[in-house]
Design a protein around this ligand. Structure first.
Ligand code: FE
Length: 342
């Protein structure tokens, strides 16, 4: 059954959002593509600190964007919360956000975690890592993203579609570092090394590596962390058969991306929306927000104690800004199309 049915959802939305004006209740209307066990504590913390109630509409990114486009200036939504710089960029290109000038966000978030024109901000970070089958692959053969295109890894790579936001952002980072021509050459090399045609999500690629269908899987860190934390026998078996590397530790560092949010252009409760973004940058919210999906806080001073992330250890992350990644998304899309990374 689909998670989200527009007709019913719209009726529910009117019911949820129509009442507060008369009651003079302070509200924030949030459209979110994230939902984790720690969300209740996250939103309750905001309400406790500000007295502002959070109304949530949760759906997939594509559905939220369609909905915002359809609602236009009539939209009740104040904040859009989605994942990956490429999707945040996409929302920005659709003209959905408005700029936010906030001394709190400026002081809490590093410049690399702020999107283009202060229209969106990264509140948790994740890394694009290389998982490998220990019996099939030597970690020194997959120490860099460049190695994914090396003929020595022919027939070994499992990765989802190049048009998926996670891969578009990785290719965009490659464009930023090596230019379009070299990045395209790299993408063609990766495609030439495929073990199979791209299918499934990141967890499916990890399973493929554990099963020996491929030696190498390219995935977001939290998918591997989730398996590391799992007590299910099938997950323990995946952990036994695989390991991972933080790519490019001797070079630019491992590519990191974000879950992020922006204030919507037609936000009826703009002030509340800015307060909400500022709250997301607070110590407590950073912990809930990052830990809920085994990610890292983007506010540097905030530390999480997460057994899987602790076990994965520290790493050097690429300090390329998410705005620079976003800027190179159109070039990345052209590259994956030309390289036939379907
Ligand atoms: Fe994901």
């Amino acid at each position: 059954m689909p998670k989200f049915r527009p007709a019913f959802a719209l009726a529910a939305l009117v019911a949820v959002f129509a009442a507060p004006a008369a009651a003079q209740e302070q509200v924030l209307n949030l459209y979110s593509a994230r939902h984790y066990a720690t969300d209740e504590a996250l939103y309750a913390g905001f309400t406790r600190a500000t007295g502002i109630k959070v109304n949530r509409i949760e759906a997939g990114e594509a559905q939220l964007l369609e909905r915002l486009k359809a609602e236009g200036a009539q939209s009740p939504a104040d904040v859009l919360l989605i994942v990956d710089a490429s999707r945040l960029y996409n929302a920005q290109q659709l003209g959905l956000f408005q700029p936010v000038k906030s001394a709190v966000l400026d002081s809490r978030l590093p410049p690399s975690m702020r999107g283009t024109n202060d229209e969106w901000f990264g509140f948790s970070s994740r890394a694009r890592i290389i998982v490998y089958n220990k019996a099939m692959v030597n970690p020194t053969d997959v120490a860099t993203y460049a190695s994914l295109a090396d003929p020595k890894n022919k027939g070994k790579i499992c990765v989802r579609s190049g048009s998926h936001p996670y891969n578009l952002s990785l290719v965009a980072a490659m464009v930023a570092h090596m230019g379009e021509a070299k990045a395209e050459e790299w993408a063609r090399g990766v495609v030439a090394n495929f073990a199979r045609a791209p299918k499934g999500g990141d967890t499916d690629q990890i399973k493929g590596a554990a099963a020996g269908e491929c030696g190498i899987a390219v995935v977001n860190s939290y998918y591997y962390a989730r398996i590391l934390r799992s007590t299910k026998p099938e997950d323990r078996e995946i952990v036994a058969k695989t390991s991972f590397v933080w790519p490019d530790q001797a070079g630019h560092g491992t590519h990191v991306n974000v879950a992020g949010a922006g204030v919507l252009k037609h936000a009826p409760h703009r002030e509340n929306a800015v307060k909400f973004l500022e709250y997301l940058a607070s110590d407590d919210a950073q912990r809930y927000f990052a830990d809920g999906n085994n990610e890292w806080p983007t506010v540097k001073s905030v530390k999480v104690s997460n057994p899987a992330l602790d076990a994965m250890g520290p790493f050097k992350s690429d300090d390329l800004s998410i705005a620079t990644v976003a800027k190179n998304i159109p070039a990345a899309q052209k590259i994956v199309d030309r390289a036939d990374w379907r």
